[in-house]
Ligand binder design. Structure first.
Ligand code: ARG
Length: 461
């Protein structure tokens, strides 16, 4: 049985079951890079502040680099009985550099150490999420540009409502993912705060410089209150909330792609690389990637709910419960980063079927609003125009024809304001082309949205 690093006042060893139950090494070893970066910054600061000698600081940094090299080479021996990533690394450091290794933990506690490691990790991962989101927005822009004049039924209540361009539909998602990106950037301001120097909970008596450590790890800010610094996990909660919203947006897109791939819609053909077959029904091509992404959304919500629940009853400051903060984040991170990346890859090669979208426009009287607006523009109060159009729709429906198939006399029977020019107004192209006010589905508006998104993409690169 290895003597615990905190074992000074202990006579007996922990039960084997307890050792297994309380360890976090099996998952927090994923934080080794952050742990070593934090320790190097801390050691350097201790040397410059004269708390340890410059030679000792140098020795610690050299030793930490040696540990890092061992881990990356796969030769490092992880020891579960050492509890966690922090003590595994510190123990090996001490083996390499000798007793000076014991000085690394001066003016530091695992409480501020783990908070720093986790913040560094979340920060790096949110950068990755951001990069993938930007790529997704880029792909959506590229696909939208191809389909400014491809029209399809826009829906409300999943019922045909008004014609829109496929570009407008795709850019709606681009706007969501841009907001998701910006939400991450805003959250990152609160992630990138170094807690090192808070020590166990009350700060330290050593003349340290938390700002120097923050600078050493690339964080622009330091903690303002030591008790808050070791207790706060809202930075991770915000990350999980951002991840949940990203997944919710992806899931809605997945739901639409699943519908669109159904032969009753037929708006998209799934690339072979992103669909799977059935083991019993030879004709099947299933949208499993989209279904799984929709399903995995629940895991990310679960992670957010776990952490919220974990934190809700904890008194200040650090409590061991908080060790349970990492696995939900790691799991959510795997899900969010891979989902955004796969969606971008899939959309880049997805085949749209404009003819099927076109056919669908023929069902559902998608130009009824045009007739009502036409009458309203000629001075009829909109409510009356709406009523007259509704009656025209009922007639067309009874006859089994489209609105534009009704004769001029038939249309005039609902309002004498109708003239021959109505037929040009009732085309789907005209309906879309007229909606060029900012944000509308008209081609000029769509071009404006595209230009704006591309300028934004250029600006964040
Ligand atoms: N493994 C611990 C965690 O993840 C590190 C901090 C332990 N601190 C303590 N006071 N026992 O939270």
């Amino acid at each position: 049985m290895t003597k615990k690093m905190w074992g000074g006042r202990f006579a007996g060893a922990a039960a084997a079951t307890v050792e297994q139950y309380t360890q976090s090494e099996s998952f927090d070893r994923a934080l080794y890079r952050e742990d070593i970066a934090g320790s190097k910054a801390h050691a350097t600061m201790l040397g410059q502040a004269g708390i340890i000698s410059p030679d000792e600081a140098e020795e610690l940094v050299r030793g930490l680099d040696a540990v890092l090299a061992e881990i990356e080479a796969g030769t490092f021996v992880w020891r579960r009985e050492l509890e966690d990533v922090h003590m595994n690394i510190e123990r090996r450091l001490t083996e390499i550099v000798g007793p000076v290794g014991g000085k690394l933990h001066t003016a530091r506690s695992r409480n501020d150490q783990v908070a720093l490691d986790f913040r560094l990790h979340v920060s790096a991962r949110l950068d990755v999420w951001s990069g993938e989101l930007a790529r997704l927005v880029d792909v959506l822009c590229a696909r939208a540009e191809e389909h400014v004049s491809t029209l399809l039924p826009g829906c409300t209540h999943l019922q045909p409502a008004q014609p829109v361009s496929l570009a407008q539909h795709l850019l709606a998602y681009a706007m969501m993912f841009r907001r998701d990106f910006e939400r991450l950037q805003d959250g990152l301001k609160r992630v990138r705060v170094s807690p090192l120097g808070a020590a166990a909970l009350a700060g330290t008596t050593h003349p340290i410089s938390p700002a120097q450590v923050a600078e050493g790890v690339g964080f622009p800010a330091t903690f303002a209150n030591s008790m808050d610094a070791v207790s706060d996990r809202d930075f991770a909660l915000e990350a999980l909330f951002c991840g949940s919203v990203i997944m919710m947006h992806l899931s809605r897109l997945c739901e639409e792609l699943i519908l669109w791939a159904n032969p009753n819609f037929g708006y998209v053909r799934l690339p072979d690389a992103y669909s799977t077959g059935s083991s019993i029904m030879p004709q099947k091509k299933n949208p499993d990637v989209c279904e799984l992404m929709r399903g995995k959304t629940g895991r990310v919500y679960g992670a957010l709910t776990s952490l919220l629940t974990l934190m809700k009853g904890l008194p200040l400051t650090y409590n061991r419960d908080m060790q349970e903060d990492k696995e939900p984040f790691f799991d959510a991170d795997r899900t969010v980063s891979s989902s955004v990346a796969i969606m971008a890859d899939m959309l880049a090669v997805l085949e749209f079927v404009p003819e099927a979208m076109r056919r669908a426009l023929g069902k559902g009287f998608l130009n009824a609003t045009e007739l009502a607006d036409y009458l309203a523009a000629k001075g009829l109060p909109f409510r009356e125009a709406h009523h007259a159009t509704g009656a025209a729709v009922a007639l067309a429906e009874n006859k089994g024809v489209a609105l534009e198939d009704l004769g001029l006399d038939e249309l005039r029977s609902f309002s004498p304001l109708v003239e021959q020019d109505v037929y040009a107004v009732l085309t789907f192209e005209a309906a879309v082309a007229r909606r060029n006010l900012a944000g509308g589905t008209g081609p000029a508006s769509v071009a404006g949205q595209l230009a704006e998104l591309r300028a934004w993409l250029a600006g964040i690169r």
